[in-house]
Design a protein around this ligand. Structure first.
Ligand code: UDP
Length: 325
């Protein structure tokens, strides 16, 4: 298939592009390179540098590419930033998304696989989280993703677009070529690895008084290769609707830091810091729907394998995609 990948220069988009190409698909990456990296775009893909918020640019790129399907990764994804500047999130993640799906309608592209998130659930009442768990986002980032799911559902009803919403839990890990390089970096695993690389003195643990056995937050970490594999399964057939993507097993912040100690052999000093606003105690997926309907089975998401792959990438790219410090 020919796939139009927005955000193919970003963390999850770059790895999904790599996997699509490995499986013989053709890929057009549409990315502004504002937060993504040119070096993260697989050379086998065609890169179109463009801005989602510019409807004419998206329309032209879509008409030129004439893809069979769209995978939509491009979005702002920082919870803290969304609480400071919600407009940024609604204009890029919602308005930009409307431009994208409108361009699909005009070009006759029937299918979109959308990067959604467990942040659409907010503080869930029950764990594990199923797709039927009520969506009550607690920040503009999660709200922008939920809004776009609803917008896509209307495009399905009115225009016959077939949308799949993949609600990721905590994306982590790397392939040999592509890994996680955000500025600023807010995610736990790369921040712990920075300590092992000697780029930070200690890791901050945001809160030790949560309602969990060791007092730190529990999350469900999923390898980006497994996420990429779910996208490819979601492409085919008549699949539509939401799918949670997680392993169903949660690890606390302290357990993650311990695994990093084991993998890197570094002592990793820690400092306890205040809670980060908006962090639920636990987020763990019930991913049976992805298993039964998509036939998806995470193969790379053992926590130690995730950390090993991220450690290998960060050692090879100690300053991310930048060549020099
Ligand atoms: N966290 C932490 N120190 C860090 C980064 C994250 O203690 O330097 C915690 C964070 O508060 C959360 C968990 O690690 O409980 C996972 O955070 P991350 O930002 O990786 O993902 P999120 O769950 O927010 O999507």
């Amino acid at each position: 298939m020919k796939v139009f990948v927005t955000g193919g220069a970003g963390y999850i988009g770059s790895v999904t592009t790599e996997l699509l190409l490995d499986k013989g698909h053709e890929v057009v990456v549409f990315d502004s390179l504002e937060r993504g990296h040119r070096e993260a775009v697989d050379k086998r893909a065609r890169l179109v540098i463009g801005e989602l918020r510019d409807a004419a640019q998206v329309q032209k790129a879509m008409l030129d590419a004439r893809p069979d399907a769209v995978m939509h990764f491009a979005a702002y994804a920082l919870v803290g930033e969304s609480m400071q500047d919600p407009g940024l999130y609604f204009s890029n993640n919602v308005t930009g998304g409307v431009n994208l799906v409108s361009a699909m309608v005009k070009s006759g592209v029937p299918k979109i696989v959308f990067s959604s998130t467990c942040a659409t659930y907010g503080y869930p009442e029950r764990i594990p989280i199923t797709e039927e768990t009520p969506q009550n986002p607690v920040n503009p980032y999660g709200e922008s993703k939920r809004m776009y799911e609803k917008i896509l559902a209307w495009y399905q009803q009115i225009h016959g677009i077939r949308p799949v919403f993949l609600r990721y839990f905590n994306a982590a890990g790397a392939t040999l070529r592509f890994g996680e390089d955000h500025e600023p970096e807010t995610h736990l695993i790369p921040n712990v690895l920075k300590v092992a690389l000697g780029q930070a003195a200690s890791v901050k643990i945001f809160g030790t008084d949560y309602n969990t056995p060791d007092g730190t937050c529990i999350r469900d970490y999923i390898h980006i290769l497994d996420l990429a594999g779910a996208h490819i399964r979601a492409l085919s057939g008549g699949h539509t609707g939401p799918f949670n993507l997680g392993t169903g097993t949660g690890f606390s912040v302290r357990e993650v830091v311990d695994v990093v100690r084991k993998v890197t052999g570094h002592t990793i000093p820690e400092t306890v810091a205040a809670r980060r606003p908006g962090d639920p105690d636990r987020l763990v997926a019930a991913a049976e729907r992805a298993r039964t309907v998509l036939g998806w089975n995470p193969e790379h998401s053992n926590l130690e394998s995730i950390v090993e792959s991220a450690w290998a990438w960060h050692q090879a790219h100690p300053h991310g995609y930048r060549k020099t410090a």
